[in-house]
Design a binder for this molecule. Structure first.
Ligand SMILES: *Cc1c(COP(=O)(O)O)cnc(C)c1O
Length: 360
């Protein structure tokens, strides 16, 4: 159940914000019509849509989305994290799905205006953020698999806590051999609805067996790991090397993934984007050659993995204290830049409101 957010987010007890439980009472909204182009996004009250039963999205799935966060900063300002990367990815997803491209400056402006409007909903608690969910759907009423002549773009906002908390023992994953996330020819790099609808059965199956999420293997060899659930995956070897699968058209190019890779390089770590065979990974875990596996994504932030199950056997990672792990080091560095505890040397943040936010 989704409820409207209270006027004062501080009245929600710590730890019970959840993820998407409370919706901001405003949303950003604009339309596209062929021949006219895009309207400027407006901030309007949260509202339902009237869709024709023949709206193309309902039949053929022309729908794309994004996920990004605005963070409360220690000086009282609010910052959007790498919003221009989400704007660029949204445009690329639209291209891939033969939908109208939303100019990046309109995406950024809509996100900015919505955060400005809902600034009282940005949690100031550790691990809290205002999560923005931009979506575009094809709403022309037409029969036939083809481009739409009209689109609806909107952003809803919800105050959240990190989806996975790094305390505790880490996630238990299950390698699914029965399902693949994406076909061999790609399309997984677009954040489009159909890519997610297809994953629910595998996820249900893993959850029914007591696992937290699924590891996806490549659809060709059924051997190389690609992603885990809707997060990117990293492996740190005992020799100190940091590995993640290379973008191949099937893997979603995560902004968090890109940030971790850039940060690793700037720390001088030995990083490599290379294919990781599940068979070799399993052997390496047994031989003590793997020290960490962790997942990255905006909703999750950075989450350690405790184990993965593959072919009737569970492979346990060595127990590590998150704060002293490499995952923990990325987690706190990125969080420190997001919240302004560390200087934003790489220009990751777009400040939405200045430090007068809390002035009364
Ligand atoms: C959104 C998403 C990610 C994470 O991307 P971020 O930009 O880091 O949030 C990873 N994998 C899939 C399949 C996704 O949809």
């Amino acid at each position: 159940m989704i409820a409207m957010a209270p006027d004062d987010i501080r009245t929600v007890p710590a730890g019970s914000l959840g993820f998407g439980r409370y919706m901001a009472t405003h949303m950003a909204l604009c339309r596209y019509k062929s021949g006219e182009g895009w309207e400027a996004p407006r901030i309007v009250p949260y509202q339902s849509f009237m869709l024709d039963p023949c709206a193309l999205v309902l039949h053929y799935g022309q729908s794309i989305y994004e996920g990004l966060k605005a963070y409360a900063r220690v000086d009282g300002s609010i910052g959007l994290f790498r919003v221009e990367r989400n704007a660029a990815r949204f445009r690329a997803s639209a291209t891939r799905m033969a939908m109208a491209e939303l100019p990046e400056h309109l995406f950024v402006q809509a996100a900015y205006d919505l955060v400005q409007q809902e600034r009282h909903l940005v949690p100031t608690t550790e691990g809290g953020a205002l999560y923005l969910r931009p979506v575009m759907i094809a709403d022309e009423a037409a029969f036939g698999v083809r481009r739409s002549s009209s689109y609806l773009f909107f952003i809803v906002a919800t105050p959240v806590e990190d989806l996975q908390r790094p305390d505790g023992r880490g996630l238990r994953l299950r390698v699914t051999e029965e399902f693949a996330r994406i076909a061999s020819t790609g399309g997984g790099d677009a954040k489009t609805s159909g890519n997610y609808a297809r994953t629910i059965l595998a996820l249900d199956e893993a959850r029914a067996l007591g696992f937290d999420n699924v590891i996806w293997l490549d659809p060709v060899h059924r051997d190389f790991i690609e992603e885990a659930g809707i997060t990117n995956i990293f492996v740190r070897t005992a020799a100190g090397k940091l590995l993640t699968p290379p973008l191949n058209g099937r893997i979603l190019a995560g902004v968090t993934r890109e940030t971790v890779l850039a940060q690793a390089a700037s720390w001088g770590l030995d990083v490599e984007e290379q294919e990781i065979s599940i068979a070799q990974l399993a052997t390496a875990v047994l031989d003590g050659e793997v020290s960490e596996i962790f997942l990255t994504g905006t909703a999750t932030h950075i989450a350690p993995v405790a184990s993965f199950a593959w072919r009737e056997r569970e492979y346990l990672l060595p127990p590590v204290d998150f704060s002293s792990s490499l995952a923990g080091r990325f987690s706190s560095h990125i969080r420190d830049v997001q919240t302004g505890r560390k200087p934003d040397l790489d220009k990751w943040m777009t400040l939405v409101v200045d430090s007068r936010r809390f002035a009364t």
